[in-house]
Ligand binder design. Structure first.
Ligand SMILES: [Zn+2]
Ligand SMILES: [Zn+2]
Length: 313
């Protein structure tokens, strides 16, 4: 008999919610790191998978190890791979500790890793790129914790000009009349570890296209544990879901003991069909693979391409 090799680590969770990819890993107490490549942002950095390095920004919700353990590595690897310094966004309350952690590595490595640190207060905004910005909001956990919403700025014609012909609009524009107004469209919201509270019904959270949120517990006998640990329970999700306008709610941070199949069953028990259909689990590899194959199949069919294979069930 020879010793067995260690079990293969599971791959990253992956969902395509057009036009966004939501990918990463998230198990309560172990590690959470959720990347949206289209927005250059990675929410939390409990570990740093290779793919996460490509995000210029790491938006940290709070200082628990399962959300921050890979942060120093992320900063160091980005520089090592010639990708430039990473930018860390975090709640102001934990900024000094993040700095201290990074300083600790200077002594350990005997070299300085450059990085940018942005300590953010409630409602503070940070520009990501052209027309895209991110805003922090406070939530409540056993330590200071925050959520983030990424917005797009869109110029729209002012309603009084809707009926006006193109040439006239052009004339007005040339005369320097401001015919547009700017809308702030919430795209993606990420809610870090939190207990339920009014922050969950902030306007930008309700109106986000995609909401990514923790749901640590789902079983009936775990309600008290969720309260004590200041986490969301599936019952909170069931109550919250009808007020959310999102296309998809992506649940993360399920504890290792709560099986995703059981969690889905609980969801179906607590929530009526249509709303339940809007919920996805980042770490449900099997369901997400089937979902992706169906998306691929639909696109091929729409484009009149020879269909490679049908969705598997
Ligand atoms: Zn956590
Ligand atoms: Zn936590």
């Amino acid at each position: 008999m020879i010793p067995k090799p260690p079990p293969r680590e599971g791959g990253l969770g992956f969902l395509f919610i057009p036009p966004f990819r939501v990918q990463g890993t998230s198990i309560a107490g172990e590690a959470t790191c959720v990347q949206v490549p289209e927005l250059d942002v990675c929410f939390d950095m409990g570990v740093c998978p290779r793919a996460a390095l490509a995000s210029k920004i790491a938006a940290i919700s709070h200082g628990h190890m399962d959300h921050i353990g890979g942060l120093a590595y992320y900063c160091s690897q980005r520089v090592f791979q010639g990708m430039g310094p990473g930018t860390i966004l975090c709640p102001k309350a934990i900024g000094p500790s993040v700095k201290k952690m990074m300083e600790g590595y200077i002594g350990l490595e005997e070299q300085v890793t450059p990085y940018n640190l942005v300590e953010m207060e409630q409602d503070q905004v940070f520009e990501i790129k052209n027309n895209i910005f991110i805003r922090l909001f406070d939530v409540e956990h056993t330590c200071p914790s925050a959520g983030y919403t990424v917005y797009e700025r869109r110029s729209k014609l002012k309603p009084e000009y809707y009926e006006m012909p193109q040439e006239k609009l052009r004339d007005l524009k040339e005369k320097g009349v401001d015919i547009t107004r700017v809308l702030h469209v919430p795209l993606v919201t990420y809610v870090g570890d939190t207990s339920p509270g009014p922050w969950l019904i902030r306007e930008e959270v309700r109106k986000s296209q995609v909401v990514i949120a923790e749901c640590t517990f789902s079983e009936d006998d775990q309600v008290e544990r969720a309260r004590v640990g200041k986490h969301l329970h599936m019952r909170d999700i069931a109550e919250w879901l009808p007020v959310l306008e999102c296309q998809k709610l992506v649940l993360i941070h399920l504890s290792r003991r709560s099986h995703v199949i059981e969690a889905r069953k609980q969801l179906r028990k607590l929530v009526k069909g249509q709303h339940a259909d809007r919920v996805e689990f980042l770490m449900d590899h099997k369901a997400n693979k089937t979902r992706y194959e169906r998306q691929e199949f639909d696109v091929q069919r729409q484009q009149g391409m020879p269909v490679q294979r049908g969705p598997r069930h």
